[in-house]
Design a protein around this ligand. Structure first.
Ligand code: MG
Length: 216
């Protein structure tokens, strides 16, 4: 079992729920003409590592991609949440990386198969320290960025999210129950790309935090 620390409290990590296709720029770069509905997928808690840990490139991929994302930390059990409940269910935020085997994912999409192997491998979810909600509340204007070997690759703002954090929680909770210790990855902006062994990634979200990792 993995734990996250919010202020002085340790919270066991439950499931990791991820939203795909939540920024137009990324939808376009993935070759979609029109805006498809957002997609929900899961990562197991065994995939989670923390800033400073290394991402282990699986030997079954030739195209490992980085995706920087805002992560919501959930503190309440909710189902079919309204605005108020969705809003109060968030206990903190983190910067996250949704590491993806793009070649496996593309094959899976073509074949109509699940994304499991492309998204759930060990070290595929990286998060920064948690910023508790009582220290900062996201307003949508925050910048989000990712550097690969000190070169800027992803740069956007949270205002570009198609579903904002409250809408993301409402959408997911309309389909599946969200519970304390769940982490929600809210989608990535454009600029995703390949990371290779020895590459270093630095990701940040204004007022939320920073994350560093190396591919090994
Ligand atoms: Mg993603």
């Amino acid at each position: 079992m993995k734990f996250i620390k919010i202020e002085e409290k340790e919270l066991p990590v439950n499931k990791i729920v991820c939203l795909g296709r939540n920024y137009f720029g990324h939808i376009k770069e993935m070759g979609h003409e029109k805006n498809p509905d957002p997609v929900i997928f899961l990562k197991p808690s065994s995939s989670l590592i923390f800033s400073g840990d290394s991402v282990i490139k699986p030997d079954f991929t030739n195209n490992l991609h980085y995706e920087v994302e805002l992560v919501l930390v959930i503190g309440e059990k909710i189902k079919n949440a309204n605005d108020e409940i969705a809003n109060s269910a968030v206990v903190g935020y983190a910067v996250g990386l949704d590491m993806t085997c793009r070649d496996l994912q593309s094959d899976a999409i073509k074949r109509g198969e699940p994304w499991t192997l492309s998204k759930c491998f060990d070290t595929s979810a990286v998060i920064s320290d948690i910023t508790p909600i009582n220290k900062y509340k996201v307003n949508g204007s925050e910048s989000i960025s990712l550097y690969l070997n000190n070169e800027l690759r992803q740069s956007s703002t949270l205002s570009k999210m198609i579903l904002n954090p409250v809408e993301v929680i409402k959408f997911i909770s309309s389909k599946i129950t969200i519970e304390p210790g769940d982490l929600i990855f809210t989608g990535t902006p454009e600029g995703v790309g390949q990371a290779n062994i020895e590459d270093e990634i630095f990701a940040s979200i204004e007022n939320i935090g920073e994350l560093k990792t190396k591919i090994i």
